[in-house]
Design a protein around this ligand. Structure first.
Ligand code: SAH
Length: 222
């Protein structure tokens, strides 16, 4: 059983190179310009981050279930959020909230960021750890906790990215942002928008971006 799954994965691995290149071309056509993001997404084997049964859909521009009622964001959303987060700067230290299957974590690592990622569901964090290991990306610090509080012991962060929708922007995250840093996250309930926060010497600058659809940020850990 295990060996046939491995064989299937390897067979799909070969096909996936071409499919992944096409995905990156679509991202480029959709306006993604940061070559670091495009190259990261052309290197990360996205099919290793979704369940076997969904591997053939891994490169479609759709969000997919990853178990525990959670979803992996569609490639264009991952690309755009990463591009906005980096804003052409050196990535530096980045905090991700909502590790999920670890795909966004992998993309951040490939851009050269030093990544800390918090997930509230222990079972998903274990899955992310296995997926990242399969993709040979082992240097993210994965934390089992509630992202509402950020990660004070590793602050300040040049970037903070949240992949679950909060009702408000948590105060702890604003505090843990370095000066010159950027925070990008979805805010809202039935109606959600991406928000960008920039911390400058003059103060905080908040910008509302596109409407989006993310799973909710939930309290506590499990
Ligand atoms: N970036 C992920 C997307 C996962 S979906 C990926 O690439 O797969 C959002 C994730 O946020 C879910 O795994 C969910 O369990 C997690 N989440 C929700 N509330 C959270 C909280 N308070 N702290 C940390 N993670 C949280």
């Amino acid at each position: 059983m295990a060996s046939s799954v491995t064989q299937d994965n390897q067979a799909y691995g070969m096909l996936s190179d071409r499919t992944r290149k096409r995905m990156v071309e679509r991202l480029r056509q959709a306006g993604v310009q940061d070559e670091r993001v495009l190259s990261a997404m052309s290197e990360v084997p996205r099919h290793l981050f979704v369940d076997q049964a969904l591997a053939t859909r891994a490169y479609d521009d759709v969000s997919l279930p990853i178990g525990h009622a959670q979803t992996i964001s569609q490639p264009l959303t991952v690309a755009k959020m990463t591009e906005i987060l980096l804003a052409g700067r050196k990535p530096g230290k980045v905090l991700e909230i909502g590790t999920g299957c670890g795909y966004q974590t992998a993309v951040l690592l490939k851009t050269g960021a030093e990544v800390y990622s918090i997930e509230r569901l222990g079972a998903l964090l274990d899955k992310a750890r296995r997926n990242l290991r399969a993709a040979k990306l082992v240097h993210a610090r994965l934390v089992h906790g509630d992202g509402h509080f950020g990660l004070a012991e590793a602050a300040p962060f040049e970037g903070i990215i949240m992949t679950a929708a909060a009702r408000n922007i948590p105060e702890a995250l604003v505090e843990q942002l370095a000066e010159g840093g950027r925070l990008i996250m979805p805010v809202g309930e039935t109606e959600q928008y991406l928000w960008l926060l920039e911390k400058t010497a003059q103060g905080l600058q908040k910008t509302r971006l596109d409407p989006v659809k993310f799973v909710p940020l939930l309290p506590g850990r499990n």
